[in-house]
Design a protein around this ligand. Structure first.
Ligand code: TXA
Ligand code: MG
Length: 337
């Protein structure tokens, strides 16, 4: 594909405005940008340009029928993208946008099939990141942006992750620093009148219930096409093994006995682990763990681990979304649903 020369922005050191201008110019030319958001970095393209959207699928190696999230600069753009906006959707947008919530709504006429994967709904989100909002405002249209990783790989949480992952396929990578949330947005289907979580995230069931005043509909069965719910997703190269805390040491020894390169993802290093075990720290409050999780999975790749042993956090609050991402990394995605 023909791209502009690969520009990398210098974050705070660049002249004000220049980075955003370069990103907007790239979008207008139908090229791809690395878009920082509060959740993970997106791979952005003009959602109204079929050739640009096609570039997303080519760069990611993603099957063409997997739908994309369209990023907007404000809830006032909803009627341009959604054929109907139920009350619950307005309330959620009001309460959580800009923020880590994606709303699935009936698609408006004119939304590209390439964006919706041929579904009659469209996923929409206003991200809470100043650079992303600047780009979206200056561009004016919707920006289709999946996470900026190759298909089935770990979502990027820094600008350099995006460059490592996608290289020259991206014309401009905006450096917005490390992502504040660190895992992907909560996806909520409000297209049918009810409220149903399709992908858990930092905005949890209780908050959604409070804002909408509605009980949440049960999670849909396998008929729904949401790639994020596929078994192997967000996966490092290593085999990910999930065990309760009291079984970590035994698991470590079992793998070492097979000459494996072993890592453990946990809050602390236990004295019982031999020196050759790589400890990847994941501790602190759940929001801190969310911020660190994908960095640690990338470290597991850099260390070329054969196995990564992890202890899932309790299934409470944000722990629910963290377990979801660990389950997927372990190839057990559906067990959680
Ligand atoms: O936090 C996020 O949501 C990030 C940032 C960049 O905004 N984006 C992200 O995009 O995670 P992606 O493409 O990696 O995941 C989007 C998910 C996919 O699982 C897709 O199937 C689902 O959203 N999705 C998109 N449109 C949908 C629709 N109409 N109905 C149901 N699911 C949909
Ligand atoms: Mg993704």
């Amino acid at each position: 594909m023909s791209t502009a020369s690969s520009a990398t922005t210098g974050g705070a050191s660049g002249p004000p405005g220049t980075d955003v201008d370069a990103a907007v110019a790239a979008l207008r030319q139908g090229l791809l940008i690395g878009l920082p958001t509060e959740t993970v970095y997106g791979l952005g393209a003009d959602a109204g340009n079929p050739a640009a959207v096609a570039r997303i699928f080519a760069a990611k190696g993603r099957p063409a029928d997997h739908p994309l999230i369209v990023h907007l600069h404000g809830a006032d753009q909803l009627p341009q993208w959604a054929a109907r906006v139920p009350d619950a959707a307005w309330r959620l947008a009001e309460a959580f946008w800009p923020g880590p919530l994606t709303l699935v709504l009936p698609r408006a006429a004119g939304v590209l099939d390439a964006v919706t994967g041929g579904l009659d709904t469209v996923a929409l989100r206003v991200p809470a990141h100043p650079l992303a909002l600047h780009v979206l405002q200056a561009f004016g249209g919707g920006v289709a942006a999946p996470s900026a990783n190759r298909h089935k790989k770990i979502s990027p949480t820094t600008a350099s992750d995006v460059r490592d992952e996608l290289g020259d396929a991206v014309a401009v990578v905006l450096d917005g620093g490390p992502c504040q949330v660190g895992i992907e947005s909560t996806i909520v289907d409000v297209s049918t009148g009810g409220v149903r979580i399709l992908r858990p995230g930092v905005i949890g069931e209780e908050e959604l219930r409070q804002v909408t005043g509605q009980a949440l509909a049960p999670v849909a069965g396998p008929a729904l096409r949401v790639p994020g719910r596929m078994n192997v997703h967000y996966a490092p190269q290593a085999t990910v093994v999930l065990v309760p805390e009291d079984q970590v040491a035994a698991e470590v020894h079992r793998w070492l006995a097979q000459q494996a390169r072993v890592g453990v993802l946990s809050a602390a290093r236990a004295p019982a682990w031999p020196a050759q075990v790589h400890w990847l720290a994941l501790g602190g409050a759940p929001d801190e763990q969310a911020r660190q999780l994908y960095r640690r999975l990338r470290e597991a790749d850099r260390l070329r681990l054969d196995v990564l042993i992890a202890v899932p956090p309790p299934d409470q609050g944000l722990g629910h979304a963290l377990r979801d991402r660990l389950w997927r990394a372990a190839g057990l995605g559906d067990r959680l649903a």
